[in-house]
Design a protein around this ligand. Structure first.
Ligand code: FMN
Length: 345
């Protein structure tokens, strides 16, 4: 546990602006990219609480981007007003296709483009994308170079420890990405085969931070205000990406950056608003699926989270979902201080 003074100094750091390739970001805690969770509706919900610096989109296929139509795409879709702090993440296997994807992102006016070298899902790795690229460092560097040469907007990389638990690899890669023209790194210190099972090794974030002069954002297992401050304190990172906790508690950025908690009424309001926004943006079949993905993280906030999750996922249309939420909050469900991690997938 950090003492009061340490907490205050980390709070000041979190609220200080940072520049990426000359572009200003208002603070240092950001929404991590998350497939099927960080969609346009969720980001509008998050925007209503505020307190974050940047948001990352779900990963988008670089190959598909040049012909993607935002009117019909589930993932390549945004509100004009969020573009100034929204980074679009791409995955792909080949430098030329990644460069073309990045050009589309630049032409649409996004803050920047992020290269996914972290995803270890088998469907992505089988195509030679995501963390799989780290098995071929030369190709990884070639991708960064080609994307860098193709666009002027900030270019960042999100990556993992690699495939073996050796900190020298991410340190070397950080230097090579910087030399290739990358403007910022997000480092998630877990090996790819771990996915998210074992604890991330934050001490590796510190090593990566010390190895380069571009900003390094840490990521992995920030689940509360206190341990967010601790990540900044322990690793000297320039920023942090929050993933699953941002879905459980979309107000977490506001609470971290303000330093105090919002009232408990936020839970019901949040669930209601999430349904309304999903309804606004997605057809019912897609929307119900997306709400169910959100619901597991949201339900993890409650003592009897599994029962609440079952209730929340019972509905198969928007109206039933809304009445389920009313029913759940008729009796005030007991809230746990930290969400039940066993429900985090
Ligand atoms: C459901 C889910 C989907 C994810 N999708 C992506 C993705 O599209 N791109 C990516 O770089 N990371 C993805 N991640 C990884 C997160 O960005 C983050 O690195 C990971 O969850 C660890 O951070 P956390 O402990 O704050 O959740 C995903 C994670 C989850 C749980």
């Amino acid at each position: 546990m950090l003492n009061e003074n340490k907490m205050t100094s980390e709070l000041i750091k979190i609220n200080s602006p940072i520049y990426i390739n000359g572009k200003k970001i208002n603070n240092r805690i950001h929404l991590a990219p998350m497939a099927s969770l960080g969609h346009i509706a969720y980001r509008e919900l998050l925007d209503s609480y505020g307190g974050f610096g940047l948001m990352f989109t779900e990963m988008c296929s670089a190959k598909a981007l040049p012909s993607e139509n935002p009117k019909y795409s589930k993932v390549f879709r945004w509100r004009e007003s969020e573009l100034e702090y929204l980074i679009c993440q791409i995955f792909g296997a080949q430098p030329a296709e990644m460069a073309k994807g990045a050009q589309r992102i630049e032409s649409e006016g996004f803050f920047g483009v992020d290269i996914n070298f972290g995803c270890s899902a088998s469907g992505i790795c089988k195509k030679g994308c995501g963390a799989e690229v780290l098995k071929d460092p030369k190709r990884a560097v070639a991708i960064v170079k080609e994307v860098r040469n193709a666009v002027d907007i900030p270019v960042s990389v999100k990556y993992r420890t690699g495939w073996e638990d050796n900190p020298q690899f991410p340190v070397d890669m950080a230097k090579r990405f910087e030399d290739a023209g990358c403007d910022m790194l997000t480092f998630h210190p877990r090996v790819a085969p771990d996915r998210r099972r074992r604890k991330p090794n934050w001490s590796y974030i510190k090593l990566v931070k010390e190895a380069v002069s571009i900003p390094v954002f840490g990521n992995g297992d920030v689940f509360s205000r206190e341990n967010c401050y601790k990540m900044f304190n322990d690793t000297s990172c320039d920023g942090a990406l929050l993933g699953r906790i941002a879905i459980s508690k979309p107000w977490i950025f506001k609470e971290i950056s303000d330093g105090f908690d919002l009232p408990d009424s936020k839970y019901k309001e949040c669930a209601k608003k999430m349904i309304e926004l999903i309804e606004h943006y997605f057809d019912e079949t897609t929307g119900i699926k997306l709400f169910k993905k959100f619901a597991i993280y949201f339900a993890a906030n409650f003592k009897y989270g599994h029962a609440i999750y079952t209730q929340l996922t019972n509905g198969n249309n928007y109206d039933t979902l809304k009445s389920m939420v009313d029913e759940i909050f008729e009796t005030t469900p007991e809230i746990t201080k930290t969400p039940n991690m066993n429900m985090f997938i």
